[in-house]
Design a binder for this molecule. Structure first.
Ligand code: HEM
Length: 191
């Protein structure tokens, strides 16, 4: 961080710093395996990278991040069966529940906008015991921002179970240029 600041300090102001960590087998902080239904690395590119539809920005990606704080006492106060219905999967086996056993607002119903609509996502756990906060830093890379936006909209419309014990602190949309485009920008070829 200090090294980044040597370069960026002149142009930027640090407002927040989130230190994430890997939790138990790479699970989300709510205890469930993360990323099961997301595309595997070898299939990820068409879902994460801009394609021929936008030649000027090809191979770039729309990265969306959100900082969530969870009421972990509320979540941990629920039975594992209740949590399973809330996520739509079994905590220990990671098996998906049949739809009729899921809560109406289960996270994997509320965030699913169709089997072709996928993004590359990761829920990074973070915690600061001194400030008494524990949360998730959500990151999703998408070829089209609309894909991520649709997921979020449906999570809100269906009152996703996760929202009942989570508070949103920040949300940011970035465009990550491809390496050649970054080189052009760095070389002053673009204004
Ligand atoms: C608030 C923090 C969040 C946590 C702790 C969380 C956790 C999880 C977990 C444990 C799963 C099940 C395993 C998997 O397939 O990955 C899942 C699925 C999923 N999540 Fe999240 N998630 C969060 C926020 C979000 C957000 C903000 C989005 C979208 C913008 C999202 C989109 C999805 C999608 C698309 C699925 C797969 C649904 C399906 O089964 O088709 N999640 N999430």
């Amino acid at each position: 961080m200090a090294q980044y600041q040597q370069f960026l300090g002149k142009f930027t102001t640090v407002l927040d710093e989130v230190k994430g960590f890997r939790y138990l087998e790479g699970r989300a902080i709510i205890g469930y395996i993360d990323g099961t239904e997301a595309p595997q690395v070898e299939d990820a590119a068409p879902y994460a990278l801009v394609g021929d539809e936008d030649p000027e920005f090809i191979n770039g990606s729309y990265l969306f991040t959100q900082k969530w704080i969870h009421d972990m006492d509320k979540w941990n106060g629920l039975s594992v069966e209740h949590q399973d219905r809330a996520v739509g999967r079994q905590k220990f086996s990671d098996l998906e529940l049949p739809d009729e056993e899921k809560a109406e607002n289960a996270h994997n119903l509320a965030s699913n906008t169709g089997d072709d609509n996928k993004i590359i996502r990761m829920n990074v756990p973070f915690s600061n015991p001194a400030e008494k906060i524990t949360g998730t830093y959500f990151m999703g890379y998408a070829r089209h921002w609309e894909t991520t936006k649709e997921m979020l909209q449906q999570m809100v419309d269906m009152s996703d179970f996760l929202l009942t014990f989570s508070e949103l602190k920040t949300g940011t949309l970035y465009f990550i240029p491809s390496r050649p485009l970054l080189d052009e920008i760095a070389g002053g070829e673009l204004n």
